[in-house]
Design a protein around this ligand. Structure first.
Ligand SMILES: [Cu+2]
Length: 118
């Protein structure tokens, strides 16, 4: 009987320990970033934009490269496809009502980045 109780307590402890650990890891790792994407020769900076769940979030995008490949930004999950003139700030309104990880990419999907809604 005592052995069973100890076993049960151990299981509960382990479950909570792992659950709690992953929970705190998740909340500390995904730090919110500025809603800004810079497009350079090497792609998107930052590669993972972290936004807080909410409503429509304006994201400022500035393209600083003349690479043709990066002349549009596509966000398939929200059917967004915008033109990015060089050195001109473009604002995209991204719906953050759903949590998750959403990919954004160049037209040909050679460069990609993510928007994480937390
Ligand atoms: Cu491309």
């Amino acid at each position: 009987m005592i052995v069973n109780l100890i076993g049960l307590a151990l299981i509960v402890f382990i479950v909570f320990w792992f659950w709690g650990a992953s929970y705190s890891l998740r909340s500390s790792k995904e730090k919110e970033t500025k809603p800004e994407i810079t497009v350079t020769d090497s792609g998107y900076e930052p590669g993972n934009l972290v936004l807080k769940q909410g409503g429509m979030m304006p994201i400022n995008i500035i393209r600083k490269t003349s690479k043709d490949c990066l002349n549009r930004l596509v966000i398939p999950s929200q059917s967004l496809d915008v033109e990015l003139p060089v050195n001109k700030q473009v604002v995209v309104h991204f719906d953050t009502s759903e949590k998750g990880r959403f990919q954004f990419q160049c037209q040909m999907n050679m460069y990609k980045g993510f928007i994480s809604v937390v």
